[in-house]
Design a protein around this ligand. Sequence first.
Ligand code: UDX
Length: 457
Amino acid sequence: MNVSVIGTGYVGLVTGASFAFLGHRVCCYDVDLAKIEALQKSIIPFYEPYLEILVDEQVKKKQLFFSCSLDEFFAQSDIVFIAVGTPTDPQSGAVDMTYLKKAALEIGKNMQPHRYYVVVNKSTVPVGTHQLVEELIKESLQVSGTKDVAFAVASNPEFLREGNAIEDVFYPDRIVVGTYCPKALALLEELYRPLIEQSFTLPSFCPQRPQNLGRVPFVKVHPLSSELIKYASNAFLATKITFINEIANLCDLFGANIDEVSLGMGLDQRIGPSFLKAGLGWGGSCFGKDLKGLIHDGKKMGYAAELLQKSLQNNYSQRSRAIYKLQQALKTLRGRRIGLLGLAFKAQTDDLRDAPALDLIEKLMESDCTVKVFDPVAMENLKRLRPQWPLVYAIDEYDLAEGCDGLILVTEWKRFHGVDWQKIHSLMKNPLLIDGRNFLDRQRLEAFGFVYSGIGR
Ligand code: UDX
């Protein structure tokens, strides 16, 4: 099939590259010319394991193209994915639909007569957006006077995680599709067939298929339900983490160990083991944005989603646990030198959107600390994002530790396991280590002489 993807962010680019790999011809579009020119040379604007090599392979095979304007390829598309950003409007808390509306109008403007298109919303959008997209396309067709175009709109949310994008897209837990139109549904089922049947082999350097996956459920639902499934899934996952963080804070008081509590809880099949890792709270581009969007839209309909509001608030206060622990250990923070091990909102990404590290740095600076930072991939992003912050950028973990009164592990980068902790200990002024991700081996660190504090362990 010919597939067009509007928007080359995380979701758009991974979607485009994966459908190209599965044998479809794909063109990804973006209004950002510099980005498109870079992508044509297989330069990816963010860090995501395996993606660059996958894109490069498909570009060379002429299965994957990039363009700035909806061209001839677009006109011949069978399926058009909308994967543009839907950020939070900082003033109102509503979802900013500017890019999505523009994309829908642009799609309508460029549709050709005597063709059938399935327009699929992959962006995370407020419930009811499929109707808006349909109206905007119709409006655009009227303006351009294009006749005899048939199209259907579908909702098909994406559940990929940054840092695990390839694994999540090729081995999904489910594929959700919401549409009224049987023809659109049939085309989408056909498009997704290799993923549903798992009838493909990824190159050996990519993550391999989990053993017990089987056939992937293709969930056909009403478009309104499909849109809500995405919001509800993210709200649930975010709240599950916030829940376990609260239990971790109680563990600190009771002297219990949160790793053991999570293990014991997670073995109950009704609870499940994932997303029970306590720490400094979640970050990233989705959870906060989607919780806010859902709360805002509920309010518009006259409903106060109090659990979700509390879940959001508690996540932000959780970030201060590290500051509280520093304060308990050091008494005063003024004039202290504190090092942050990791900046990204999680490992395997350079993404700093809503990253707990940003809040921590601000709070430490407000307390008159000197802040040193180190992250294997996210430091350039921080320099670009907050050029005015007077931070000390360390070249590695040892440079970071030098002269520090305390270290906070903020991101669970695997390489932090492999550092010479004895050397780190000898370089620090005061060997205090706050493990904000419960990632390191407490006993080992204490044997080196560290004063170790995790979150609930
Ligand atoms: C999330 C959803 O998982 C994904 O389905 C959706 O499409 C986009 O939003 P992502 O934000 O990329 O994905 O990362 P995820 O792995 O879900 O982690 C989100 C945050 O939760 C990170 O800050 C992570 O450190 C934190 N987290 C995750 C925990 O604190 N504890 C956990 O047990 C799991």
